[in-house]
Design a protein around this ligand. Structure first.
Ligand code: SAH
Length: 321
C-alpha cells in the first residue's frame, strides 16, 4: 500500500508522492528488474516506489535530500523487514557520488530533471536502463525527433548516447499533493555504440548550433559574436600548434584534407582576420550543403558530419588551449 503521509510536503523540493499502486506496479514491471540487480532510486520520498523495488531487486540504493523523508522511509522499510536490502544516501542527488548500480528506477523531483539526466547518461557509471517519471513536456522533449517542435539541444545530446522509449502517461491526479503538470514515464537505455568524439567539443558545437534552434546555420554562423568567439579559439589553437581532430571521422570523403593541414601548420597560422574567418565558416557550411539547414531538423549523423568538417578546417568550438 502507498504511504499515509506523515510529513509536511514541500513543493519547492518537488515533493509529490505517487500513490496509485497499479502505476507503481507497472513502473516496476516495465523496468525488467532482475533478482540480482542493484537499483538506484533518486528522491524516494516516503518510499512508495522503494518498497516495490526492494521486492524485485537484490538491493536498492536511494538518494534523498530530505532527512524527514529518510526517517519515514526507513521506518516503513524496517516494518517490512527488508532493511538489509536498502542503502540510504541522505544527500542532494546532483552532488552525491553514485555507487555502482545496474539500473535506475525513480519518480524524481522535476526541478532537477535536466542535470540529473545529463549526470546519468554522461556519468562515469555504466548501467542497463533508467526508468524515470518526468514532467510530460520534459519527457516529450527527450522523445522528440529532428523536425518535431519539441526537438532541442537536450534531445540531441541525450540521443547521442542513449535511446529513449515512451512507457506511459500518468495524470497529475495520481499524485499527492496534485501537481500543476502531468507526467510521463520513459526508459532511457545507453546505446551499445557511442561515436568516438570529444564530448566537450560536441557539447560546445551543439550549443553554438542550437543558440536559436530554428534559425538557419548560415544565419547563426554569420553573427559577429559567434565569428569572433570561434576566431579567438582558432587563432589560439593555431598559435599553440594544436590542431588535432577532435572527432574521429570515419568518412574520408573530404578530398580537401591536405590543404586543411596547410592551413593548420603553426607557421601559416598567424592570426587571420574576422572577414576571412567568416568566409571560412560559411565555406564549410556551403561545402556540406548546411547553410540553409536548421539545426532542429538535422539528425545526429548530419551534425556529427558537420562537426567533423569544421574540425578538419581547424575550427573548434571548445576552448582546449
Ligand atoms: N519517489 C517518491 C517521491 C517523489 S517526490 C514517490 O513517487 O512517491 C520527490 C522526492 O525527491 C522528494 O522526497 C524530495 O525530498 C526529493 N528530492 C528533491 N530534490 C532532491 C535532490 N536534489 N536530491 C535528492 N532528492 C531530492
Amino acid at each position: 500500500m502507498a504511504a499515509a503521509i506523515e510529513v509536511q510536503l514541500h513543493k519547492s523540493k518537488g515533493q509529490h508522492l505517487l500513490t496509485n499502486q497499479r502505476i507503481l506496479d507497472k513502473i516496476v514491471q516495465k523496468s525488467a528488474i532482475k533478482p540480482t540487480d542493484t537499483v538506484l532510486e533518486i528522491g524516494p520520498g516516503t518510499g512508495n516506489l522503494t518498497l516495490n523495488l526492494v521486492e524485485a531487486a537484490q538491493s536498492v540504493v536511494v538518494v534523498e535530500l530530505d532527512k524527514r523523508m529518510v526517517e519515514v522511509l526507513q521506518k516503513r522499510v524496517e516494518e517490512s523487514g527488508v532493511q538489509d536490502r536498502l542503502t540510504v544516501i541522505n544527500k542532494d542527488a546532483l552532488k552525491a557520488e553514485f555507487p555502482p548500480f545496474d539500473l535506475v528506477v525513480a519518480n524524481i523531483p522535476y526541478g532537477i530533471s535536466s542535470p540529473l539526466v545529463a549526470k546519468l547518461v554522461y556519468g562515469a557509471r555504466l548501467f542497463r536502463s533508467t526508468t524515470l517519471l518526468l514532467q510530460r513536456e520534459f519527457a516529450r522533449r527527450l522523445l522528440a525527433k529532428p523536425g518535431d517542435s519539441e526537438f532541442n539541444r537536450l534531445a540531441v545530446n541525450v540521443n547521442l548516447v542513449a535511446d529513449v522509449e515512451f512507457v506511459m502517461d500518468v495524470s497529475k491526479k495520481e499524485f499527492v499533493p496534485c501537481p500543476e503538470v502531468d507526467s510521463s514515464v520513459v526508459i532511457i537505455r545507453p546505446k551499445a555504440e557511442v561515436p568516438n568524439i570529444n564530448l566537450d567539443e560536441w557539447w560546445a558545437f551543439i550549443k553554438a548550433c542550437f543558440c536559436k534552434k530554428n534559425r538557419t546555420l548560415g544565419a547563426t554562423f554569420k553573427q559577429k559574436k559567434k565569428v569572433m568567439e570561434l576566431l579567438g579559439m582558432f587563432n589560439l589553437a593555431g598559435l599553440n600548434g594544436e590542431g588535432k581532430d577532435y572527432i574521429s571521422s570515419s568518412d574520408n570523403d573530404d578530398d580537401e584534407g591536405k590543404s586543411d593541414e596547410e592551413e593548420f601548420s603553426p607557421s601559416s597560422c598567424s592570426e587571420i582576420g574576422a572577414s576571412s574567418f567568416k568566409e571560412k565558416l560559411i565555406g564549410v557550411l556551403k561545402s556540406g550543403n548546411f547553410e540553409d539547414k536548421r539545426p532542429s531538423k538535422l539528425s545526429n549523423e548530419e551534425l556529427l558530419h558537420l562537426l567533423a568538417m569544421f574540425n578538419q578546417k581547424g575550427i573548434y568550438f571548445h576552448d582546449h588551449s
